[in-house]
Design a protein around this ligand. Sequence first.
Ligand SMILES: Cc1cc2nc3c(=O)[nH]c(=O)nc-3n(C[C@H](O)[C@H](O)[C@H](O)COP(=O)(O)OP(=O)(O)OC[C@H]3O[C@@H](n4cnc5c(N)ncnc54)[C@H](O)[C@@H]3O)c2cc1C
Length: 511
Amino acid sequence: MGQKSVTFKLPTDFSDDDLRLKIKRELNLAEFNFHLNNKSLDARNKSNIHWLVNAVVDSEELKESISPETEPLTIPVKKRTKKVIVVGNGPAGFFCAYALQLAGFDTTMIERGSEVGKRELAISKFESGSGFDPMNNYAFGEGGAGTFSDGKLTSRSKHISAERRFILENYIKAGAPSEIAFLAHPHLGTDNLKLIVKNLRALFLEAGGTMYFETMLEEVDLKTNKMITITTSKGSLDCDALFIAPGHSAFETYRMLMRHGVPFRTKNFALGSRMEHQQELINVAQWGKKSLPGVKAAEYRLTSEADGKHAVYSFCMCPGGLVVPATAYANNNIVNGMSHYQRDGKFANAACVAGISPDVLAGRLVTPFEALAEVEKLESLFYNITIDYEAPACSIADFISGKQRNYSLTSSYPLGLSVAPLWDLLPAQVSQSIRSGLIDFKKKMHGFENGILLGLESKTSSSIQVIREKTGETSGFENLYIVGEGSGFAGGIISSAADGLKIALSYIQKT
Ligand SMILES: Cc1cc2nc3c(=O)[nH]c(=O)nc-3n(C[C@H](O)[C@H](O)[C@H](O)COP(=O)(O)OP(=O)(O)OC[C@H]3O[C@@H](n4cnc5c(N)ncnc54)[C@H](O)[C@@H]3O)c2cc1C
């Protein structure tokens, strides 16, 4: 059996039969099978928008063969006696725990929030104005911050192709659409994610792992090279190695670790607001028309260095999505974006953020402990300016002019908007950068100024980072690992999951 890789430009609404015919003609084959290897939309020329499709064709009539692009990840399996605990059931914690369990460790995963069904009820209750649940919200609960999300599976991290393949294969095993294996911009949508996290849990339990929900890590007794005892909200547990994947919202967990001498440093991060437009406006700007057969909704990615100093960029764009109240703590207010698989909502949203250092935010040199307090101060300012988790908001045009007008704004945000001068609420440096960026974006995208800005985006990246060795362990603690977004070394679903996997593999290899 031979194999050949072929690439075609195809109309946006092409069918499998169209592709089969194209392959048949191009390669002059009678009998063959094929699978897609890559599919990306080329919308650079609005009058000729097409899919660029790469397919791998298998046929007895082909002489040549091609080598697989990515070797599969191998997990060394043997009988092991060590007990390990993984804290946090987000993408990093899950894939870390799953790899450790597959490798033969006695693995227990604990998660402060509930299983996804109960978590969803808590979020619905919050969004209907009936109270915030500090254990179950957009940050905490089964699947972590990645569950009620857009589920974009893109990542800018390099050198994670084997990990990425392992993660995607397991997502597919857990019910994800198989197209995530070949789409250039794969996404799951929150409707798929709710099922996937449940099925991933089943895979972990089938492999022999132990999972405790509603169990929060509260204290650690850390002794270098020795057994670690942790205190949880449900009692204490011992382990030979502790992996903590808390995400970057777990401020009280960070503080507890800092009190125990776990070393962190501050780092530059990003702050801003979420922009929202009518999806049709984005479709017209990107495609020159309101809809395109075979494509769900137009995406965008905007970057600017308009003020010459600080990058301003769009992040986590959710076509056809919703802006959601994503705070992890009561009396703080931040926003984020999510979508359903069909991406058929009326609005498009994306973070619009600018880089800043914790020292500039505070106006003085700050420790990691103090950096957290500075971020929290801003999150509570955005809460206090409105009532009951309404999002402060303004039009993009007003942000640019710095003049507040009274008007009603429409949005997908479920808890209402309150008109506010966002440019005064954000730190001055961030406001200036964003203003320059918005002026630039207006030139790049037709109709851009007709959108709005809402809320605070403070979680696109972390203001602190754990200090860890090349092999992944926390400096000074041989059996303590901080992984995923909470380590400050990863961000996003794929890079956090890959970090969890990499650190697990590093421990597996040395043990
Ligand atoms: C609304 C929203 C939309 C997003 N959309 C996307 C997207 O489309 N694509 C993308 O790549 N990224 C997206 N992200 C970001 C992405 O979800 C995160 O980068 C990713 O989930 C980080 O993975 P993690 O496992 O490191 O941490 P998390 O997913 O944050 O998981 C940490 C887990 O640890 C638990 N935990 C914390 N402290 C404790 C403790 N003390 N004891 C026990 N458990 C604890 C938490 O409850 C949580 O479940 C989105 C985030 C949000 C909030």
